[in-house]
Design a protein around this ligand. Sequence first.
Ligand SMILES: *Cc1c(COP(=O)(O)O)cnc(C)c1O
Length: 470
Amino acid sequence: MDHESFRRYAHEFVDWIADYLENIERFPVMSRVKPGEIRSKLPASPPEEGEPMERIFADFKEILLPGMTHWQHPGWHAYFPANNSPESILGEMLMAGLGAQGMSWLTSPAATELEDLVMEWLRGILGLPAGLQGVIQDTASTATLAALISARERATDFESNESGLRRPLIAYASTETHSSIEKGVKIAGYGRQNLRVIPTDAAFAMRPDKLEEAIRADKAAGFQPAVAVATLGTTSSGAVDPLRPIGEICARHGVWLHVDAAYAGTAAVCPENRWILDGAEYLDSFVFNPHKWMLTNFDCSAYFIRDPGALIRTFEIHPEYLKTGADPYVKNYRDWGIPLGRRFRALKLWFVIRSYGTAGLRAFVREHLRLARLFRDWVAAEPGFEVPAPVHFGLVCFRWNGGRNEEESARINKALMDRLNASGEIGLTHTVLGGKFTLRLVIGSRLTEERHVRRAWELIRTTAAGIISA
Ligand SMILES: *Cc1c(COP(=O)(O)O)cnc(C)c1O
């Protein structure tokens, strides 16, 4: 494609994106295609000769778009958000245009130095302890894996990198922990049977007394406790593990404390939410995703670490072909994680933080929290419905509980979810809390306003009434 054609299509595509975001409510939130439907409409083999962009773009709109689920829709209440913003999209566009790869300082000094600065900004914006240093990872799963591997190395005095694990190390997380912890424990060589699953209290938060008990039992049995993962904002219900008592226990036993705040970390932009960080002085590593609730389009995961030396010593490699004269004076982020190649993700984050300002970010979060509490209050006041977990963030768990038994209630809640998702107006998902089928409604889309949440609640009430009376 020549430069003039690129210019023309780029303008056309930007117009398309702007129209899409402006009119996104016309699309059903959840895609309605059947498994295999999209693939069946596409040619099985690649074209021998290149095709014109008009044709490719037409297929994108006609064939692929119906197979998309619209995460930026104001009725998006499923999973957690992955919100974007025009500012972030513009940054992402420039990043693609530059096509640079920031594996070391020399391969794009601005990429490294802006990442260094933006992560220091973020640390301050969240009120995390001074001295933590940040690096951007692709996802929280990767950041958590890096934490588990660093903890493994520290626990073995950096010997397992050399000779492999000689004896088991033990990891701790609550029953409500995200699946990425179990995945990381498997990959990092701990072994799933060495993951201790700590019970939670009535609010689904980790019980520190049970953590202490488990660590003591492991020590008495001759095992080595190495790492504990505390979650701020669990996936099922948004529960907050108490950092201070957990941190004190970890410090006493020499256990690495990793904090998974993938979704809810963004809430700490508001000082009134920083109670979740009480005890943060104990943490060794912390991850949260600006690509979830902070207006930065996927992917962008912020990873903070107390002792970058332990991270670098775990991950650094020095093949001759990567050595540069600048190495003694600069950060080479390739040594701060698993991949060698790195996207210039700091650029879109910088665009977002500068455009919104810290006050704009706080206002954004506060509005979502206001809407979530409003919705919670409506549900809690409605006979036949209950809110089974505290609402700390934008996630509200709720369920219809009028069945003759739990089985009947579960069946009705499931039917309710399926009908709501088929409506095209809203999308939500479920979990199981305390053994009971529970619906989750998350407010986190940039485009969600009070009128959307009112409509969602009306739809839930009338749909539930329809199912029950049928
Ligand atoms: C979303 C989430 C993750 C996984 O995030 P990825 O960036 O998709 O890997 C991990 N933990 C929690 C608590 C989450 O909410």
